[in-house]
Design a protein around this ligand. Structure first.
Ligand code: HEM
Length: 413
């Protein structure tokens, strides 16, 4: 336990000590302040697994994303005297803002290629591309495992799903990474600004699908183009807007988990050897533990639209609630020795992908990618180590993960 943190306990997700290492703060929150109220943001922070399950299970638009799920401190410092207004549906806004059932329809319109039945079809594409990538990287003997391997790969998959040229994978990755940088002056990052930049970047490819007739051959984009809201077509800009979470979510998280997961295995040679003993059988459980232990997303916010109660705490319309999912994944009530990494831990349920109406649409794709990327890497690299003196885990209020993990390859083929 970090005693400096404990002496006078305050929690603000944007304070530099929290952004540098939130884990000791979560431990105290879970133990002493499971419902923590932050006056400045008029918000309640929930840190225990069961309480977050309760929070994310609230239906009927009781909690909504009308202020976004990753707002800036500037947004949060403005107090709501009532529930924020739901925007008009013409012009069609970001569907999250309209809530259910419209948001459910929009999710279903573009999610098909990454649902369990279809996502499997991406397996060969991912495996072949991972092998090609390692053909380039392994002879270099040293590279940034996060960006050069996982980042290149996850971005390529999104290019494929959005009908974009694969050559744009690295540029797309740079756009997303620029957004995960934290501004120490303002705290946090501006997710709205990143989203705007990303949409401008890929919108020409959405337009190209409109021009080509959206015949279903790029199902993620075409599905969205063919969606009608109350009989009305969406414009290319409106279609592009709805795809932004998939674009960002699909590129950002997997690389940090793959690189960090391999780092944890390399720190425990016994575990690495045990996983290698039967990769086919062991990669699925190693993947689940990597997701639990290494998932970089820290929290998501909702604003109360109606009076709700969570963990016995009444919340009034306009107040904010924060689900500290990264804390839930280390809750000692749910996981034995949660701060230990065990590749074969029995994980009965997870909150790594959220739950309820905003459950991650990419969960099946993420699992597939992580399994393949770890598998291919371990088959090709017989020995490797990390140059931790040059590793970078920048402070962040949201995506707290290893942006740069230099790996040094020993034996490989
Ligand atoms: C291991 C990797 C990933 C993790 C840990 C992860 C985690 C999450 C979490 C926790 C949420 C819920 C956010 C909330 O409740 O506000 C979420 C939502 C989302 N994720 Fe992921 N994600 C991952 C990969 C992906 C991938 C590969 C994609 C797309 C291809 C994706 C697309 C999305 C989208 C579109 C949402 C928004 C869903 C909504 O608001 O209804 N994610 N993700």
């Amino acid at each position: 336990m970090n005693h400096a943190v404990e002496r006078k306990f305050e929690y603000d997700p944007f304070s530099p000590p929290v952004m540098s290492n939130p884990l000791p703060f979560y431990e105290i929150l879970r133990r002493d302040h499971p419902v923590y109220y932050n006056e400045k943001y008029d918000g309640f922070f929930f840190s225990r697994f069961d309480d977050i399950v309760e929070l994310l299970s609230i239906a009927d638009n009781g909690l909504m994303e009308l202020e976004g799920s990753l707002p800036t401190p500037a947004t949060l410092r403005v107090r709501n005297s009532a529930a924020p207004a739901i925007p008009p549906d013409d012009p069609f806004p970001l569907a999250q803002r309209l809530g259910m059932p419209t948001y459910g329809e929009v999710r279903r319109a573009h999610v098909k290629p990454i649902m369990p039945r279809d996502v499997k079809k991406l397996g060969d594409f991912i495996r072949n591309r991972a092998n090609d990538r390692l053909d380039e990287l392994l002879p270099k003997r040293r590279f940034n495992l996060t960006r050069d391997y996982g980042g290149f790969m996850s971005s390529g998959v999104i290019m494929h799903l959005m009908g974009m040229p694969l050559e744009l994978a690295e540029q797309s990755l740079d756009i997303i990474n620029s957004g995960t940088r934290t501004d120490p002056e303002t705290g946090g990052f501006d997710s709205g600004a990143v989203a705007k930049q990303a949409i401008e970047y890929y919108q020409p490819y959405v337009q190209a699908r409109f021009d080509a007739g959206a015949d279903g051959s790029v199902p993620m984009v075409d599905g969205m183009i063919n969606y009608r809201y109350n009989g009305r077509d969406l414009t290319p800009t409106q279609v592009a807007q709805q795809l932004v979470c998939a674009f960002i979510g699909g590129i950002e998280t997997v690389p940090k988990i793959v690189a960090h997961g391999l780092l944890e295995l390399s720190k425990r040679p016994g575990q690495l050897e045990a996983v290698r003993a039967d990769l086919d059988a062991n990669i699925p459980s190693a993947t689940e533990e990597m997701i639990r232990y290494c998932a970089p997303a820290q929290w998501f916010m909702r604003t109360a639209q109606k009076p709700v109660t969570i963990a016995g705490q009444p919340i009034a319309p306009g107040q904010r609630v924060f689900a500290l999912v990264a804390s839930a994944l280390r809750d000692e009530r749910e996981f034995e020795n949660p701060n230990e990494f065990h590749w074969d831990r029995k994980i009965h349920r997870t909150l790594a992908f959220g739950q309820g109406v905003h459950f991650c649409i990419g969960a099946h794709l993420a699992r597939l990618e992580i399994r393949i990327l770890v598998d291919v890497f371990l088959r090709r690299a017989q020995s490797f180590s990390f140059d931790m003196d040059n590793a970078i885990r920048p402070m962040s209020s949201f995506q707290w993960g290893w942006n740069s993990l230099p790996i040094v390859i020993g034996e490989a083929h």
